[in-house]
Structure formats: structure tokens, C-alpha cells
Design a protein around this ligand. Structure first.
Ligand code: GAL
Length: 425
């Protein structure tokens, strides 16, 4: 892999706190020769991918001050960020989802990347879906690493082959094969019982049962008729049924430990975004040989998307700003986008990268994105902070988590919790 170094940046001086003084009540601090990078990429696959960017930056003279906060989906890291921002001490760069980009940009805290964006032609090469978040009112304020697909199903090839070798493409077909496995004492579902993971599974089921228009009406439009429909209640009932195929130790299991159950052929299926593939890669497993990927049942033709972006907090210090700009440029570099996304399991945020370098799942995701874009079936993930702001997302997550953990809560109750929660915002 060859990275293109930027001749404009030689020795980078970084002055985090001083730079944000215009926007936050911080006093001056000494300049450092590093960029503080906050993220939640601590699993084997995630760290392996992040190294691509870290090494690229370091080879360009920018030291990387790592500020990792463990916890899948950023549940912990995003809270730490809020506290750091409130204290007037944000990191130089923060991993964000689309809605965090919007939130921090609307608060006036993110820097302007337009000059770089024009020089690097981002309008033409960046996925238009991701531009909706990265570029607000004509100004680029963030840069995406990737595009992740939310609606994937992963399977142990060894187990699947014992049951006909076909990935079930409807939920009915999934229950059928899962019942056969259960009868034989084979665990059908590798599941991580954490709120964000259950939310993702629930969203997969909603789209798998009722399709992209249902998703758009309910989760983008927050249409009350759809939210209180019999279909929505059936999403909850089906979700409860799917959960019954997990093992008794699923509660609070980290996502990568659930992925490992499929890697080790201890469970047949796992529903998780394509960061799961990063774990298969570090375990040296190959798609179609050791494991199989397919869209979650009923979601073929739809692409529920999310992305990770760097949000760069505004700085006044010229050298500090240059370091951020260089980091943004590196992140969109075609070689970095290729290698990073191969390792991460995602696909590039750029639309002009050759799919040939990707494995069968990655290449499928790239062509499925093109097809879904044409069909109008690209769906912003609700669970993964793209369809709605934090507070709205939280209403759904609370209702889903309560329902998943307490069988005395009915589907009617869960729907009512969503309606009441939304009304109280
Ligand atoms: C998502 C993030 C992914 C992956 C995952 C598990 O929110 O976008 O990149 O890291 O969490 O931690």
C-alpha cells in the first residue's frame, strides 16, 4: 500500500485546549506534537483497521495520542466525549456517527473542511448518503472512514452445511432451520444481550418483515399510524421469538464475543454489522470457506447504512488546524480507504474504489450499495445513530430493552412506550 504524503505538513504542533478557547471556556495549554484521537475501536478487528490510519499519520509526521474508550457502538465513548466537551477539553478528533456530527456541528463546535474538500473533490467521490451528514449547509464538518452495513447475518459454514447449506432469506425460513438445530442441541443464535445490539436486531427484523417503506415511515418519518400498527407489534413479537434461540449466558455479552461463537462454530448465526467481519479476518477465517455472509432475512435489496466519521473540534492554532486537515485528507486517501475498510469489514466511503480488492462479502456490499442507491432502498440506521437524533433514538432503545428483558411487557406496552416517549420530548 502506498500513502500519499502531504508536503505542506512537516513538523506538526498540536495545541488542543488553546485552540478551542474561542468556543469553550478553556485556558491556554502547552503545545504538543501529537493529535489526540478518541474512539471506541478496541476489539481485535477494530484495532487492526485503525492501525492503517495510525501508521499512515505517523509516517507523515503526526504522532497519534490514543484515547480509546472501550464499549461497542460507542455507548461509553460518546458519554466521555460529552463530559470532555462540557469541560471545554474536547479531543482533537473524535469518532462519531452521523447524528453526532450533526449535533456537534449545530452546537458550532466543528471546524470547516471546505478548502480540503474542494481540493480533493469530495463532492464527486464521497457517497451522497454520507455527504448528508459530513456536509451541512454547504460546509464539510466531518470526514467518513467507511460505510458499514447494519443488516448482515453471519453463519458458521460448518454448521450451516449440516443443515442444507442455504442462508435463510425470510424469517419463517430462519425459524424453520433454527428449530431443527435446536432439536439437535445446536445453538442457533450467537447473541450479545446489550441494549444497542438488541436494537440492531430489532431493526433488522422490522425491515426483514415489512420492508424499506415501513422503515422510512416509522423510523425516519416517525409516523404514528405505522408506529402503532399491528405490523409494529408483530416486529416486537418476532423479536422476542428470535431472542429465545440464544443461550442463557447472552445477557450483556460483548458483540465480539458473540462473533467469536460463530468463528469457533459454537453457534450457527449472528446478526451484526459488518465490523463482525474484522473479527473473522484477525482469526484468519475466510468468507465462503469458514463462514458465510448474507443480508439478514428479508432484507435482500435493502442496505441499512451507517458510517464512522472524524469530527474535528474547531481550533484557532494554525499548526493544530493543519494537523486536523492532514488527518482528514489521509482518511479519504484511496489507499487508506481501501486497506482500512478491508480490515474493518466495511466498504469505502468513497464511491470510486475498485471492489476487486475486497472479499466476497465486501464486493457484495459494494454492488448492493450501488443497487440500493438506484432503487431508493438505502436506509439510515436508527439503532446506529443515523436516522434520528440521540433523544429520539433513546426512546426506541429504552422500549426495546425493557421489552427484551421483561416478558411481562407486551408488544402493545412496548409500542405505547415509544409513543409516550416521543410525545414527552
Ligand atoms: C459501531 C461502529 C463500528 C463498530 C461497532 C462496534 O457503532 O460504527 O465501527 O466499531 O460500533 O463497536
Amino acid at each position: 500500500m502506498k500513502y500519499t504524503a502531504n508536503p505542506r505538513v512537516s513538523i506538526i504542533k498540536w495545541a488542543t485546549a488553546t485552540g478551542v478557547a474561542a468556543l469553550m471556556s478553556v485556558s491556554s495549554a502547552a503545545a504538543q506534537e501529537s493529535v489526540e484521537v478518541m474512539h471506541w475501536w478496541t476489539s481485535g478487528g477494530e484495532a487492526n483497521a485503525l492501525n492503517v490510519l495510525k501508521e499512515a499519520l505517523e509516517s507523515d509526521g503526526i504522532a497519534w495520542e490514543d484515547a480509546a474508550v472501550a464499549g461497542g457502538s460507542g455507548t461509553n465513548a460518546l458519554q466521555v466525549l460529552q463530559a470532555r466537551v462540557a469541560a471545554g477539553d474536547p479531543p482533537a478528533a473524535m469518532q462519531m456517527h452521523g447524528q453526532q456530527v450533526i449535533e456537534y456541528r449545530d452546537a458550532g463546535l466543528l471546524g470547516d473542511l471546505n478548502e480540503l474538500a474542494a481540493a480533493e473533490n469530495w463532492d464527486a467521490v464521497m457517497s451522497p448518503d454520507l455527504q448528508n451528514y459530513a456536509k451541512r449547509d454547504g460546509t464539510y464538518v466531518a470526514v467518513p472512514f467507511n460505510m458499514h452495513r447494519h443488516n448482515w447475518m453471519w453463519a458458521s459454514k460448518e454448521i450451516l452445511d449440516n443443515y442444507g447449506g442455504e442462508m435463510p432469506d425470510t424469517w419463517d425460513a430462519w425459524f424453520e432451520v433454527a428449530d431443527e438445530m435446536k432439536a439437535d442441541g445446536v445453538l442457533p443464535l450467537a447473541h450479545g444481550g446489550q441494549a444497542w445490539q438488541e436494537f440492531m436486531l430489532w431493526e433488522d427484523i422490522a425491515v426483514g418483515l415489512y420492508g424499506p417503506d415501513f422503515h422510512t415511515r416509522a423510523f425516519v418519518g416517525l409516523d404514528k399510524t405505522t408506529l402503532t400498527s399491528d405490523e409494529m407489534k408483530n416486529v416486537f413479537e418476532t423479536f422476542r421469538k428470535v431472542l429465545s434461540y440464544a443461550d442463557p449466558n447472552a445477557s450483556n455479552r460483548d458483540w465480539n464475543l458473540a462473533t467469536a461463537m460463530v468463528i469457533e462454530d459454537q453457534a450457527a448465526f449472528h446478526f451484526m454489522g459488518d465490523w463482525a467481519k474484522g473479527e473473522f479476518i484477525v482469526a484468519e477465517k475466510e468468507a465462503d470457506t469458514d463462514y458465510v455472509c448474507a443480508p439478514a432475512p428479508g432484507t435482500d435489496g435493502t442496505f441499512i447504512y451507517l458510517a464512522d466519521y472524524w469530527g474535528f473540534f474547531s481550533v484557532r492554532d494554525e499548526e493544530a488546524r493543519k494537523a486536523q486537515t492532514e488527518m482528514a485528507r489521509m482518511t479519504m486517501d484511496p489507499a487508506v480507504q481501501t486497506e482500512f475498510n478491508i480490515r474493518k469489514g466495511s466498504i469505502p466511503a468513497r464511491m470510486d474504489i475498485d471492489a476487486a480488492a475486497f472479499d466476497v462479502c465486501g464486493a457484495a456490499a459494494i454492488s448492493d450499495r450501488a443497487e440500493a442507491t438506484e432503487q431508493g432502498t438505502m436506509l439510515p440506521s436508527l439503532a446506529q445513530n443515523h436516522a434520528q437524533p440521540r433523544e429520539v433514538r433513546g426512546v426506541f432503545e429504552d422500549a426495546i430493552t425493557a421489552f427484551a428483558n421483561d416478558t411481562s411487557i407486551s408488544a402493545d406496552d412496548a409500542v405505547q412506550r415509544i409513543v409516550d416517549g416521543l410525545a414527552s420530548l
